[in-house]
Design a protein around this ligand. Structure first.
Ligand code: SAM
Length: 345
């Protein structure tokens, strides 16, 4: 029998309990807003909200994208983009709190949410977890445990350019996106994306498609050029996408907002039109706006007032209106084991 390698810390429950056995964040009220085309925004704690979704909707999501706080140890503020009077300081408001007792508390909270996400994914679905190099290795081991090593699909490096900082180290210019499949035995949702051919390939082969010619011994002998234009190179796992420029129209002022170009790639590759996309850490609503634009149905969850306001206005600009605001009190359910992520608070 193979030895199982897992993360451990004092008081860690032996297993990441299934969400159904977890105690929900105490009586978290969930406000629900409906959007055109069967999309939704849930305002409240994402663990409680996902329990609600699991009971009502089951395993229906083709994609869950998670961009949780990065364990920065600080409160993140949103900056009012409209500004006040000329010369006056721009208003800042607390958007979300990323302070934790320790790394263990952070991982327990995220682990319980990942278990909740897994329960909502369709067999052909994927989860993409966006983390930074300070936590990615911990989260990857945790995901191996929750989803199974055989479900690991990709570690995508998002490489961005930003203003260099004066530091006696290599500049930190990447984040990590971990992709896991729900079920390694089901064919995954997958649309092949392409990137432009490298200059060296263009110089040698031009823009036409190449076909490998294989000899009788099974070895590649040469390539033959076809008459059709090449689609490009199948997309690799290192993505060069710029951060949102300070003056960009896309910028909302919400902290840690991710570029639409990044989510566009994730959503296009892993879903089809009409599919359901979940973002339990919706923030400024980047995933939701991109999903709507691409004809996918979204469910966004966030517990920050500022996030809710930002999402509402961003969706309105994209022609998506939210209605309702039905408040449902999620009752805490005490399950067998201690709830991961709630017991230490
Ligand atoms: C890094 S931001 C997400 C940014 C987003 N991807 C974007 O492009 O704007 C993380 C978000 O998760 C939310 N969040 C953190 N913990 C949560 C929880 N337990 N339930 C619901 N939302 C939570 C925060 O309020 C914050 O808006």
């Amino acid at each position: 029998m193979k030895s199982r390698v897992t993360l451990s810390w004092p008081d860690r429950p032996e297993q990441f309990a299934p969400a159904s056995g977890e105690r929900l964040a105490k009586g978290s009220p969930i406000r629900r807003l409906s959007a055109t085309g069967g999309s939704e925004l849930l305002f409240g704690d994402n663990l409680a909200a996902m329990r609600l979704l699991a009971r009502e909707q089951g395993e229906t999501f083709a994609l869950a994208y998670l961009d949780p706080p990065f364990l920065t140890g600080r409160v993140h503020e949103a900056i009012d983009r409209k500004g006040g009077a000329k010369g006056a300081a721009r208003e800042r408001r607390e958007a979300f709190d990323d302070r934790w007792k320790d790394r263990a508390e952070y991982l327990e909270a995220l682990g319980s949410r990942l278990v909740g996400v897994r329960e909502l994914l369709a067999p052909h679905g994927s989860v993409v977890v966006h983390v930074d190099p300070k936590t990615s290795h911990y989260v990857k081991v945790m995901c191996d445990e929750i989803f199974g090593e055989e479900c690991f699909a990709s570690e995508i490096v998002w490489r961005y350019r930003r203003w260099p900082s004066k530091t006696p180290n290599f500049q930190r210019v990447h984040d990590v996106l971990l992709r896991y499949r729900k079920d390694a035995t089901s064919p995954p949702r997958w649309n092949q994306l392409y990137e432009p051919l490298a200059a060296s390939t263009l110089a040698t082969w031009g823009t036409k498609k190449q076909r490998a010619v294989i000899g009788t011994d099974g070895r590649r002998e040469r390539s033959s050029t076809l008459s059709v234009a090449s689609d490009g190179t199948p997309m690799g796992d290192v993505w060069d996408i710029g951060v949102i420029a300070p003056v960009s129209r896309e910028r909302t002022g919400y902290p840690s907002q991710k570029p639409e170009a990044l989510l566009d790639r994730v959503v296009r590759a892993l879903t089809q039109p009409g599919d359901r996309v979940l973002d339990p850490y919706a923030g400024s609503g980047t995933t939701l706006v991109v999903a709507a634009r691409l004809g996918r149905r979204f469910v966004g969850i966030d517990r920050s007032d500022v996030a809710l306001e930002t999402i509402e206005s961003r969706l309105a600009q994209a022609g998506v209106t939210l209605t309702g605001g039905d408040e449902r009190e999620e009752s805490p359910r005490i399950g067998a084991g201690r709830c991961i992520g709630e017991g230490r608070r």
